[in-house]
Design a protein. Structure first.
Length: 445
């Protein structure tokens, strides 16, 4: 379903991302004093009194990007302008009218945006500053609305402005996604190309420059009549290589994106060996108990490659913490097998919501105990298991009652997880085990 689009446009460092977060009422876009932090279109589905719209943050018009991505950023701004029903043209009240503001105004006029533009003077952090915003009327879009993302000045008027502009364009309630998928991987693994293949358009910037993506970007797409959200994330790199605060925030949002996703697609670059960053990502995914598809990307470019079966075995050896994950082989740049990977993800999503009966679960437990009974360690008695029950899904969480939780070693826990994977319908998804103490019943003398 197409919602009305509200795009935020302006030169660098006028507070577009801060206003985006204030309107969306959540911290989505990275906010940092350095100009040019936002490059892609960052979007959020928002509502004002149940009037729904898609809010779009854009990069700064006229930015001189340190990685020479100026043209890419400008193209993303143009996409936002073309699709917008309302354009919030943001200027900086503290710095006053600038040549770049005039350039942005000319850009909007060239795109025949008459009637779609509302001028906002941001950073009016003190009431006395309102008197100085009149000079921006020279841009040709009327008197600006004075707002402050920091103090909240003008927030009610801004919400009313947006609501008036989008009411009646689409009165449907947006469909909640059936599944949220985080696309993660090291730098230049092809995550943005993968997202664009799913979206069917240049939704995010694709470049050979490492670290192009900074924000976590939600992209909604339809498959088999269902709405799915794919979350593009910044490429992971070694912590020692994180150069500045921008990279730090981007890095931390990868973790947050994994936590809020239902499924993770872990992109592996087939043209280079699996490295420490990949292994650390594997550990992070395992630690969050997220179902994961290992997506071997650029498979068409891998020279002297092994067979897909041999490569799958290689991944199981080097990514031991997630060796149970299914493997898909794709070429994001051509779109080959991209949707097949989504089908695999959908299968894992269904499995992650599976419940097994207590009888089936305890039979699996007894078979595991019979195959490998727990032994006493370092003078302590051996753990004795009484019964097990599944208490939740996503991930399947199994509580095992035992005479002493501390008696269960990490190795024996791994053994139980592997046996449960073999005997229960959880073969390719993570299982969380919780050990709880229970005293043995003794008969009366």
């Amino acid at each position: 379903m197409a919602l009305p689009v509200v795009a935020i446009v302006g030169r660098p460092n006028v507070g577009k991302s801060s206003l985006f977060n204030a309107i969306a009422r959540r911290r989505t876009s990275i906010v940092e004093p350095t100009a040019g932090v936002t490059r892609d279109r960052v979007t959020a589905v928002c509502d004002i009194d149940e009037t729904y719209f898609e809010l779009v943050d854009t990069g700064g018009h006229g930015i001189v990007d340190r990685d020479d991505l100026d043209d890419h950023v400008e193209r993303q701004i143009q996409y936002a302008i073309d699709q917008a029903h309302l354009i919030l043209f943001i200027v900086d009240a503290r710095e006053g009218l600038s040549p770049l503001d005039r350039d942005t105004a000319e850009l909007l006029r060239r795109n025949d945006t008459a009637g779609r533009v509302r001028l906002l003077a941001n950073k009016v952090d003190e009431p006395h500053m309102e008197a100085g915003v009149g000079e921006f009327a020279r841009l040709g879009f009327g008197d600006p609305l004075a707002v402050s993302a920091l103090s909240g000045l003008g927030r009610t008027a801004l919400r009313e402005l947006i609501q008036d502009a989008v009411t009646g364009i689409a009165d449907e309630v947006p469909v909640d996604p059936v599944m949220k998928i985080a696309i993660v991987g090291r730098r230049n693994a092809g995550k943005s190309s993968f997202i664009n293949a799913l979206a069917g358009e240049e939704r995010v910037i694709v470049s050979e420059v490492p670290g192009t993506t900074r924000d976590s970007i939600d992209v909604r797409f339809e498959k088999d009549g269902r709405t799915i959200v794919a979350i593009d994330t910044a490429g992971m790199r070694k912590k020692s290589k994180i150069a500045d605060d921008i990279e730090f925030y981007a890095h931390s949002r990868v973790t947050r994106s994994i936590r809020r996703a239902d499924i993770v697609l872990f992109l592996i670059d087939a043209t280079v060996p699996v490295g420490q960053v990949d292994k650390r990502l594997g550990g992070l995914i395992a630690g969050e108990y997220k179902p994961c598809v290992l997506v071997v990307n650029k498979w068409d470019l891998a020279k002297g490659r092994a067979s897909s079966e041999d490569y799958g075995e290689y991944l199981a050896k080097v990514l031991r913490e997630i060796d149970y994950c299914p493997v898909a082989f794709t070429s994001a740049i051509t779109g080959r097998n991209v949707y097949s990977a989504i089908d695999v993800a959908a299968g894992l999503f269904r499995l992650s919501r599976t419940r097994v009966g207590t009888g089936q679960l305890n039979q699996a437990l007894q078979e595991a105990l019979a195959a490998n009974a727990p032994r006493a360690k370092r003078g302590r008695k051996a753990p004795k298991f009484f019964y097990a029950t599944q208490v939740s899904t996503q991930p399947p969480t199994i509580v095992l009652f035992v005479n002493g939780p501390a008696l269960v070693t990490r190795n024996y826990e791994r053994f139980l997880v592997n046996r449960f994977r073999e005997s229960l319908p959880f073969g390719e998804i993570p299982i969380r085990l919780v050990f709880r103490g229970r005293r043995e019943r003794t008969s009366a003398p």
